[in-house]
Design a protein around this ligand. Structure first.
Ligand code: HAM
Length: 419
C-alpha cells in the first residue's frame, strides 16, 4: 500500500468498471454525432467570474461548492463545477453562432463540486453533456429529452423517470416569484429558509424536509402562472413527448440548482439510487449568452452523471464489462519463439484482431492459464520445433482442438475463423 490515497470525495476508476465508463462515453458520442452534435472540449478551469455570472451567485454550486484558487499571477480560477457556462463562453469567444443554428455540441469530462461525499455524490464526477445553442424551437427541447432517453435506454436502463416543469421566463417569472414569496413569508420556517425566500424562493419548493413540504401543499405553482408564450411552449413540449410516447411526470415544484434556466427544465431520476437519485438534468437557458456579454442565443441542453448512471445500471443488473478481452493469445516457448509470436500479435492487431501474449518467459502451464484468463478464443502456441518447421500451433480454447498453421498463413486463417 502507498502512503497516499485519492483525496476525499474522489475515486480511481478501475477495471472492470472503467470499461463500462468508456463504453458509456463511446455510446453517447456515436449517438450524438448521428443527431448532428460535434464534440467540444473546454479547459478544466476557467475564470471564476464565468461561473459566478453564468451559474449564479446565489446558487449552492457557486456560493459553497466551487474549487476556487488564485494562480501564481493572482488570477482567480475555478475548477469547472458544470459544463454549460464554459461551452457558451467558448461559442461566443470563437463566434460559432455565425454558423448554421442551432450550434449543437457535446462534451464529456470531469467536473468538480465541494459537496459532502456520499453514495452517488463525489467531489470529482464525470458528465456527458449536450447543448443546442441558438434555437427557440420547443421541438429542440423535445429533441434533447429524446436523446437522453435514447442514451439511457441503449445502456439497458428501464427504471428511470423523467420529471418535467417550466420555469417561465423574464416576463412571467417575476410576478410568480413575488406571489410565491408572499405565500412563503407567512409560513413557519427557520432562519436559513427565510433568508432563502428573499434570495431564491423557488428553491424553497425543492426543500426535502417533510415539515417544510407539509406547508407547501397550497403553494402557488409556476405552471399556473405562465405567460401565454411560455404556456404554449410548455404545452408543445408535453404534447410532442406524448406523440413520441416518452413518459414524463409533470413536476410543478421541480427547480434546478443553477440560475440560468427559463421555460423547460427536466430531471431524470432513478429509484435504485437512494438520496442522490438524479442521473441527469437540464433545460432551457435562453438568457445565458447575453448574461455572458454575447447576443441573444436561446438554448437548451442537459448533462448526465456518469457515476450515477453506472450505479443505476448495476441496480438493474446491467452487465458491467469484464475487461479488455482479446481474441488471440500468444504462448511462446523459448527466446526465438518469443520474437516470432510478438511479430505475429503485432500483425494481428494491424489486421484489427485483438491480440495479446504471455510475457516474462512464462512456462507452458502458466502461459496457458494466462491464455484462458485473457478471454481469448485461440491460443497461438509456438515452440522451437514449430519454428524449425515454419508453423505455429493454433489451439481452440473452447474445444481444445489444435492444428498446425504455416507462419505466413496465421493472420488469414484467424481472420477467417474469427469472422
Ligand atoms: P446538474 O443537474 O447540476 O446540471 O448536473 C447534471 C448531473 O450531474 C446530475 O443529474 C448528476 O447526475 C451529476 N452530478 C452533479 N453533481 C454531482 C456530484 N457531486 N457527484 C456525482 N454526480 C453529480 C448541470 O450540470 C447542467 N450544466 C446541465 C445542463 C446542460 N443544463 C443545460 N445544459
Amino acid at each position: 500500500m502507498s502512503t497516499f490515497s485519492a483525496p476525499k470525495g474522489t475515486f480511481d476508476m478501475l477495471p472492470p468498471y472503467s470499461e463500462t465508463f468508456n463504453r458509456i462515453r463511446i455510446q453517447f458520442g456515436l449517438e450524438l454525432r448521428d443527431a448532428g452534435f460535434q464534440y467540444i472540449e473546454t479547459p478544466v478551469f476557467e475564470d471564476t467570474g464565468l461561473f459566478v455570472r453564468g451559474v449564479g451567485e446565489s446558487t449552492d454550486v457557486v456560493s459553497k461548492e466551487m474549487y476556487t484558487f488564485p494562480d501564481r499571477a493572482g488570477r482567480s480560477l475555478t475548477l469547472r463545477p458544470e459544463g454549460t457556462a464554459a461551452v457558451v463562453r467558448s461559442v461566443l469567444q470563437h463566434n460559432l453562432q455565425a454558423q448554421r443554428l442551432p450550434v449543437k455540441l457535446w462534451y464529456f469530462g470531469p467536473y468538480f463540486r465541494y459537496e459532502t461525499p456520499q453514495a452517488g455524490r463525489t467531489r470529482q464526477f464525470h458528465q456527458v453533456g449536450a447543448e443546442a445553442i441558438g434555437s427557440q424551437d420547443p421541438l429542440v427541447d423535445v429533441e434533447m429529452i429524446a436523446l437522453a432517453v435514447e442514451g439511457f435506454q441503449k445502456l439497458g436502463l428501464r427504471n428511470f423517470r423523467l420529471q418535467l416543469n417550466s420555469l417561465g421566463c423574464k416576463e412571467c417569472r417575476p410576478a410568480y416569484r413575488a406571489k410565491l414569496q408572499d405565500f412563503l413569508r407567512a409560513l413557519d420556517l427557520d432562519e436559513d429558509t427565510r433568508r432563502r425566500i428573499e434570495i431564491n424562493p423557488l428553491r424553497v419548493l425543492d426543500d426535502k424536509r417533510p415539515e417544510v413540504q407539509a406547508q407547501l401543499t397550497d403553494a402557488p405553482l409556476i405552471t399556473d402562472n405562465l405567460c401565454e408564450a411560455c404556456a404554449t411552449h410548455h404545452e408543445f413540449v408535453r404534447s410532442m413527448l406524448d406523440d413520441l410516447k416518452i413518459a414524463y411526470e409533470d413536476t410543478p415544484k421541480l427547480v434546478r440548482g443553477l440560475d440560468y434556466y427559463v421555460r423547460t427544465i427536466f430531471e431524470f431520476v432513478h429509484d435504485g439510487l437512494g438520496a442522490q437519485s438524479a442521473i441527469g438534468g437540464g433545460g432551457r437557458y435562453d438568457g445565458l449568452a447575453q448574461e455572458l456579454g454575447g447576443p441573444e442565443l436561446p438554448s437548451v441542453g442537459w448533462a448526465l452523471g456518469i457515476g450515477r448512471t453506472m450505479i443505476a445500471m448495476e441496480d438493474e443488473g446491467q452487465e458491467i464489462e469484464t475487461g479488455a478481452d482479446c481474441d488471440v493469445y500468444g504462448v511462446a516457448l523459448g527466446e526465438a519463439a518469443r520474437r516470432e509470436v510478438f511479430k505475429l500479435i503485432t500483425e494481428l492487431r494491424l489486421a484489427d484482431i485483438p491480440a495479446d501474449m504471455a510475457f516474462d518467459g512464462k512456462k507452458l502451464k502458466g502461459a496457458m492459464k494466462a491464455a484462458d484468463q485473457s478471454g481469448a478464443r485461440y491460443a497461438l502456441v509456438v515452440g522451437e520445433r514449430d519454428l524449425a518447421e515454419g508453423v505455429v500451433q493454433l489451439k481452440d480454447l473452447t474445444t481444445g482442438d489444435q492444428t498446425a498453421v504455416a507462419l505466413d498463413a496465421v493472420v488469414d486463417t484467424l481472420k477467417e475463423k474469427l469472422q
